[in-house]
Design a protein around this ligand. Structure first.
Ligand code: DX5
Ligand code: ZN
Length: 222
């Protein structure tokens, strides 16, 4: 898995891609480091997307780090399947599990990178103690479930808080933000410490290459 922690990475969310030609959409974002894959079960979130078959189908078409975001209940039951399908990073919601440490261990044993995610109303204090054991913290900047929502500016202090904790710990942990990330909102999240930008509608709606260029320019990573 290529890792450039500390640098800004873009993780286009295929949730907003054209599923009738997913291979083409993935190809259009081939220059980004990561690809964000939103798995929803209609239970943990009020929407259903797709599972391992889609990940398997695009794995051979892409060199991206597959950044799988599980918005599902009981994620521990499915981790091996998602890793076998081709996920490099597996992120789960701490609100979805009873034993966070055991899920972290299961992901580690599978060989994938470990991410923990927090819904907007979940304070960072509930995740702080797990920091030394994870590779990524995913801060939701919208309520999980749907693409195309507006960025919640009130999440900025949480991003800052996570950045401070990661820096204080001196660990190499990616800080990812997900929801409403666009050239308008990217600068504030980067300034406050995020280094992975998940973005769906602002990349895949319209001219993908141009959108990507604008997003990168907004964070001065081109
Ligand atoms: C929402 C998903 C996001 C979504 C972001 O629950 O986790 O990854 O694709 O979409 P935009 O960038 O359109 O807000
Ligand atoms: Zn996501």
């Amino acid at each position: 898995m290529s890792s450039l922690k500390g640098e800004i990475k873009i993780s286009p969310s295929i949730l907003s891609a054209d599923f009738s030609c997913l291979e083409k959409s993935v190809e259009e974002v081939k220059d980004t480091e990561w690809l964000h894959i939103d798995v929803m079960d209609g239970h943990f979130v009020p929407n259903i997307t797709f599972g391992t078959c889609v990940i398997k189908a695009i794995r051979s078409k892409s060199e991206h780090v597959f950044d799988t975001h599980l918005m599902i209940s009981e994620p521990e039951k499915y981790i091996d399947e998602f890793v076998e399908a081709g996920s490099d990073m597996v992120t789960f919601h701490i609100e979805a599990v009873e034993d966070v440490e055991s899920v972290i261990d299961t992901i580690k044993e599978s060989g994938a990178g470990v991410g923990i995610s927090l819904k907007p109303n979940t304070p960072f204090e509930s995740a702080n103690k797990f920091l030394p054991y994870v590779d990524l913290v995913l801060i939701m900047t919208v309520e999980p479930g749907f693409g195309g929502q507006s960025f919640m500016h009130e999440m900025v202090p949480k991003i800052r808080e996570v950045r401070k904790a990661v820096d204080d710990l001196g660990c190499d942990i990616d800080i990812s933000v997900d929801g409403g990330i666009s050239p308008k909102t990217a600068p504030v999240v980067v300034e406050n410490g995020a280094n992975v930008l998940v973005s769906g509608s602002s990349i895949f709606k319209g001219d993908v290459r141009l959108n990507l260029q604008e997003l990168k320019r907004s964070t001065q990573v081109i």
